[in-house]
Design a protein around this ligand. Structure first.
Ligand code: AMP
Length: 411
């Protein structure tokens, strides 16, 4: 229910937000808008379409959620739809909308696949204003006549480049076609390959562009280093890193689903509490892993890159790349899970001989030389990794252009 809030005069009201919303964000501890909020909020309030190239972690959710809530005002019909590529991101966005709309009577809900229809159906029938959804399940509900998009005034297509990666663009198009042409469309993507450029020109009208540079750099609050090691000693080194680190919560990234299961299994046998997050887990298992990690029940979360982008988990003290990411940009995303919002964090990356090329491409991408560290007292097996001359040769070879074709590993 709407409540009385004091008259506000903050950086958020200066962007055009109401007292109620400025009060709400103040309650959440936001003092200054982030750059994307400062740029996007006035555009969204003005009703103009928007293309934002900003990643999660920049305050992007509030940049669209706050002005949307203001524009919707009070409870009515389903007027805002947000499409997200993964269930986790959809849950996160729904949660943010719930928090920001606390002082309004707007109703927010979520639909996503992998769980039953009952509760979702009930929520949809109960009358909602804002819907966060993944494309497949939303289409199912649409086909069953459970939801109509005929009154959608504001459509948010979030993380469109991830939607493309996951093969969702045809579904997204079918959904967009069911919304009115008069809608306002907000489109967020970190990269703009040709398929996305053509979707944008089809879905948007005269959009304003907001660009918050590509996230090439690693936050200064993150101390990160490479730990060269031979493949057969990776798990032992991981063990030692964990033993020597005073961590509260650590995310370990692995390249494959099977790899993450194996690591989780071995860690569990060593007495750690571990959650696992990857695309082969059921929805219930994924929620349990994430919630258990957030609540502290699991001290370790082992994940594939599905968890690298976007998930906002407060208080992650350490990130360990058990496998070097194949895609240099994912390095920045992965280690960005720590050191969020001014906290400091540490990130360790295990680098084997096979990974030298990928490690170099991370250094090229971020424009920095990443320190190589050895752990005192670890019985390292000698490898060319520890030979500086051999390293320089591999680095020179790696500096030649590398084909970035996917190597066929499903995440
Ligand atoms: P997002 O990029 O939307 O995932 O947001 C990343 C994190 O930043 C979330 O924990 C937000 O609650 C937080 N956040 C968003 N805007 C602000 C702000 N203006 N000041 C402080 N924290 C913020």
């Amino acid at each position: 229910m709407p409540i009385d809030v004091p008259k506000m005069d903050t950086a958020f009201t200066k962007l055009g937000l109401s007292d109620a919303l400025a009060f709400g964000v103040q309650e959440m501890g936001y003092v200054e808008p982030t750059p994307i909020q400062a740029q996007a909020i006035p555009v969204v309030l003005s009703g103009r379409d928007l293309i934002g190239s900003a990643q999660t972690g920049t305050g992007k959710t509030a940049a669209f959620a706050l002005p949307i809530i203001q524009k919707l005002g009070t409870h009515g019909k389903l007027r805002c739809l947000i499409l997200e590529p993964t269930r986790e991101l959809a849950l996160q966005v729904e949660e943010a909308f719930q928090k920001f709309s606390k002082f309004t009577d707007l109703r927010v809900t979520i639909v996503y696949g992998g769980v039953g229809y009952g509760k979702q159906l009930e929520d949809l029938r109960g009358g909602i204003d804002i819907l966060a959804a993944t494309p497949g399940r939303l289409l199912d509900h649409m086909e069953q006549g459970n939801v109509s998009l005929a009154n959608v005034d504001i459509l948010v297509l979030d993380e469109v480049d991830r939607m493309l990666d996951m093969g969702f663009l045809p579904d997204v198009k079918r959904i967009v076609q069911k919304t009115p042409n008069t809608r306002q469309t907000l489109f967020f993507t970190a990269t703009v390959p040709p398929e996305i450029a053509s979707l944008a020109s089809w879905a948007l009208k005269d959009p304003a562009r907001v660009e918050i540079g590509r996230q090439r750099s690693v936050a200064e609050t993150i101390a990160h280093a490479f730990y060269p090691v031979v493949a057969s000693q990776k798990f032992d080194l991981l063990q030692l890193l964990l033993e020597q680190t005073d961590f509260k919560s650590v995310i370990i990234f692995a390249r494959t689903r099977m790899g993450s299961d194996r690591i989780a299994d071995r860690l569990q046998r060593k007495g750690h509490t571990v959650g696992v997050l990857h695309s082969d887990r059921s929805q219930r298992e994924r929620i349990e892993a994430l919630e258990g990690f957030k609540s502290g029940k699991f001290e370790v979360l082992v994940a594939t890159d599905i968890a690298a982008r976007g998930l906002d988990i407060a208080g992650v003290s350490h990130v360990i790349n058990y496998d070097v990411p194949e895609n240099a940009e994912d390095y920045v995303h992965r280690i960005g899970r720590t050191g969020r919002a001014q906290n400091t964090g540490d990130a360790f990356t295990l680098v084997t001989e096979e990974d030298v090329r990928d490690a170099r491409s991370i250094e090229r991408f971020t424009g920095m030389t990443i320190e190589r560290k050895k752990i005192e007292g670890f019985p390292y097996i000698y490898s060319a990794l520890f030979d500086e001359k051999a390293q320089a040769e591999v680095a020179a070879a790696a500096a030649k252009p590398v084909s970035r074709l996917h190597r066929g590993v499903r995440r």
